[in-house]
Design a protein around this ligand. Sequence first.
Ligand SMILES: [Zn+2]
Ligand SMILES: [Zn+2]
Ligand SMILES: [Zn+2]
Length: 280
Amino acid sequence: MKLMYLGTAAAEGVPAVFCQCSNCREAMRRGGKDIRFRSGALVNDHILIDFSPDLYAAKLRFQLDLGDVRSVLVTHAHMDHFNREDIGMFIPPYAHVDHPGTLTLYGSSFTEKVWNEYTGEQLLKEPEVTKAVTFRTLAPFETLDVEELRVTALKAVHSCPESLFYLLEQDGSTFLYANDTGVFPEETWDYLKEHVTRPLTVVSLDSTMGRLKNRYNGHMSFEQNIEVRERMLRDGIADETTRFICHHFSHNGIILYDELTEMMKPHGFDVAYDGLTVTL
Ligand SMILES: [Zn+2]
Ligand SMILES: [Zn+2]
Ligand SMILES: [Zn+2]
């Protein structure tokens, strides 16, 4: 499996769209790994996780060919993860692809409702899209095959109803892609404890709250990332070979890439950046 981070910021981006804070100014000055698009990932070059409003920018930045994308795993319906208006660009005459086919969106019943609301609106740019795009509803803890991946939807704690995050498996390797969640609900811990029989290969955790000390639990802070790692090690869900990655950053809690890497390395975490590709 190969997973490429296309964006690693929270909804406002880093630097944030209207912001003049010192973190945003310094991120802009440094550029490179400190410029972060809204979050999303590309698996095996053709399966998307989330439909970021910066997907098009990521295509240009990383010279991506997205013409073979047929599956999108949507975590939840917040605009930085489900930019439903852009999905209409999948069909002709907006796209001419080598192997025409349909696109399947996977997500919660709430995300499906948000999609159906849009396709029922007069604002819908292209009504034909409803013929080419289907929605497959996922219940929490449901496992299914999405092309070459085995995918399990896990229950998140987040401010959007029915938010999910995903466990991906292929050829014995596992990638837990967990953003827009606080410290997992107990049902999710129970599921992982029972079903993860070999330590996970890669675990990517939400780090939106960053250095902030409050214990809001709809995103995670670095402190909570460390606690989740420790619990996973204790429960045998991960071991010392598991690669942990911090992901989904806000300008409010962030420190810049170099300092963050220095801070989190001793705690066993790598720091995601746009374009980071993990092969497992
Ligand atoms: Zn988000
Ligand atoms: Zn800022
Ligand atoms: Zn969200």
